[in-house]
Design a binder for this molecule. Sequence first.
Ligand SMILES: CC(=O)N[C@@H]([C@@H](O)[C@H](O)[C@H](O)CO)[C@@H](O)CC(=O)C(=O)O
Length: 289
Amino acid sequence: MKKLYSALMTAFNEDDTINESGIREMVRYNIDHNHIDGLYVGGSTGESFMLSTAERKQAYKIAYDETAGKADLIAQVGSVNLKEAKELAKYAVELGYKTISAVPPFYYHFTFEQIKDYYDQILAGLDVQLIIYSIPALSGVTLSLAEFAKLFENPKIIGVKYTNNDFLLLQRLRSAFPDKKIYFGTDEMLISALPLGIDGAIGSTFNLNAARAKAEIASYEAGDMKKVFELQDVSNKFILALIDNDIYPSLKLVFEEMGVHAGYSKAPMSKPTAEMRAGAKKIYEQYIK
Ligand SMILES: CC(=O)N[C@@H]([C@@H](O)[C@H](O)[C@H](O)CO)[C@@H](O)CC(=O)C(=O)O
């Protein structure tokens, strides 16, 4: 059965400090209401690349405590600062995370050898498995099939979170590495990834839209492609409306409409305007209520 993971958001107070109760409420909603298979903690949706090392650790700890073993957890520890990535990986493992993930080092156009060394160093001495976080549009790092093969030589690297709309590469990866885990990360293209043998999906919008995504996966598995299309069509109207309304703060605003106190996004992300609030209310009423 394919798994569905929500990419956990980090709730902030209006002054951009971490809002612990907001994170706890979102974790609980995912477990109690979404019955989610797992949470991806500290990724893009978690606004992690804007957090200090201490704040990233705080988010892992809150998510770990609140989950209390009721869902799988993956801690995204990647950083352009290798020392920070190693420290975060060690911390997550000490907390009890069994799986970590890391975006490749970005910004400086590192060579593949440097990228491979980064992953090997993060994993050295740790009893943990890792999922590569491939998101070329944001990281600027595109890995080829041959480069994935070299990274997968490290037996602790068990798969990839694939946020990339290159479906040829996705198909080649599935064919070449039937035993590696592939979690797809573009929620609006789930329909196209399902036939390529993904093991599941990890995404931001599943925080609010898990029921529809699960129904889509179940319809795919039952062979009902008409239903798959219909469900993806509604999901895409919802996702595109969120994107138009500024996705990260809007995911939180829709949560607020549902009584989940998800807080704010961190500057330089926007704080909600009256227009964004009205937009989120409309999205909630149209697609979630
Ligand atoms: C850039 C980004 O946030 N991508 C999301 C998607 O879930 C994305 O928000 C969604 O498909 C809407 O475009 C995930 O792939 C990434 C993610 O979940 C994470 O790292 O937290």
